[in-house]
Write a protein that binds this ligand. Structure first.
Ligand code: SF4
Length: 395
């Protein structure tokens, strides 16, 4: 078996092995999601020349005024860099689904508080682990078993027995089943609950009755988790990032972290999301103005979509408007953007390509590992480089 890197989700597991035998995949360490991802990628290996399609794509993009250059959630860091350069040559607008929450989180003052800890640090030190509006059991399967809940660490000698787990969500989740503190709050009340917990922690209020329907004793028990643990790590997900008032909620979250730190304990907060390389977009691009309003207003008549399917992931009105534009799609086959595109250029998935890099959800850069015996094909960044050269000749 060979060492590989899985890009089935934002955890980018690089501790897994796999082999391909007569078109069949065998693996060790991959979760079900990763195994399915590898199996699908294997069936979609590309080896055809894409040069004639690139010519068409370059014509379309070079003749467009202010094209949208969008996507990137499953593109390499190298491809994102090429995409930025191409957008500049085209005089276009570079944007990504990372702008639907993760960019806001990473540019919010919460991240100037030195709140980032890498996942190895969490494994070794994280004593109170909180999943707030995020459920790894749904989409980042190995997060608890590899880093945050089950493994032993330097200061976590007994693994899960040495940790305290809290889950805050609007419904009962799979991860809640392994939690010591299960906080089910009404939809849209994250801010209120964050403020109640912080006030109690700061000693500014005293909880004597239920909070948002959760009995007082349970909330007090949850708050005591922060006081009893030397290192708290909050993994916040769509409940904070994608359900409105994200900036206000991030500010409240940073207050909570600061309150824990004032009591002399360590505390960190990291965003959680399933898409593979949103952190690559954040790391590579300095600033990404949102294009959402312009998409909805049909301002883009031509768009280049790379490594993503925004027609299925953007909010309805934006997806509907974007579907009316002339699309050039570059990425693995399948999905709505691929079907709707005027020009579709198919690539082999990075799990098979085994080259270039992506950024894990804690910002750690992960280099992909080459497979022996897998036929080589052009990477997305190589295709974008060719496209860029062609566009320059037509500009
Ligand atoms: S957790 Fe994510 S990266 Fe790891 S094996 Fe599963 S799908 Fe792949």
């Amino acid at each position: 078996m060979e060492d590989i890197v899985c890009n089935g989700c934002s955890l980018l597991c690089d501790d897994v092995v796999a082999e391909i035998d007569n078109g069949e995949v065998r693996s060790l360490g991959l979760c079900l999601l990763g195994f399915t991802h590898l199996d699908v990628a294997l069936k979609h290996q590309e080896s055809n020349s894409v040069d004639d399609k690139l010519e068409k794509a370059a014509d379309l993009l070079a003749s467009a005024e202010n094209p949208l250059v969008f996507g990137w959630s499953n593109a390499s860091n190298e491809a994102i860099k090429e995409g930025l350069a191409l957008a500049e040559t085209l005089g276009g607008h570079f944007d990504s689904v990372a702008n639907l929450g993760v960019v806001q989180a990473m540019t919010h003052s919460i991240h100037s508080l030195k709140l980032d800890a890498d996942l190895e640090y969490v494994r070794n030190n994280g004593e109170f682990i909180i999943y707030w509006g995020s459920d790894p059991a749904e989409s980042v399967h190995r997060h608890p078993s590899r880093f945050a809940v089950l493994p032993r660490g330097e200061k976590i000698p007994e693994g899960v027995e040495s940790r305290r787990i809290g889950v805050v969500d609007i419904r009962e989740t799979e991860t809640m089943k392994i939690a010591n503190h299960r906080m089910i709050i009404p939809i849209g009340s994250d801010l209120e609950f964050l403020e109640a917990v912080t006030s109690e922690l700061e000693g500014k209020s005293s909880i004597t009755s239920s909070v948002l329907g959760i009995p007082a004793a349970e909330v007090i028990g949850f708050v005591s988790g922060f006081k009893k643990s030397d290192c708290t790590v909050i993994f916040y997900g769509s409940g904070i990032l994608n359900s409105g008032n994200a900036l206000e909620k991030l500010t409240a979250l940073s207050r909570l972290v600061q309150a824990v730190r004032k009591s002399g304990k360590e505390a960190y907060a990291l965003p959680m999301y399933p898409e593979t390389n949103l952190m690559g977009v954040v790391n590579v691009a300095d600033e990404i103005p949102s294009s959402l309003q312009k998409i909805v207003a049909n301002e883009f008549t031509t768009a280049l979509i790379v490594g993503d399917d925004p027609l299925s992931s953007l909010p309805g009105p934006a997806a509907k408007a974007l579907a009316k534009a002339k699309l050039v799609y570059i990425g693995p086959p399948g999905g709505l953007a691929d079907k709707k595109a005027t020009v579709s250029i198919h690539t082999t998935d990075m799990i098979i390509q085994g080259s270039e890099s992506m950024s894990r959800l804690d910002q750690v850069k992960i280099e992909f590992k080459p497979w022996r015996g897998v036929r080589k094909s052009e990477t997305t960044s190589e295709i974008l480089k060719k496209l860029h050269q062609l566009v320059k000749t037509k500009a």
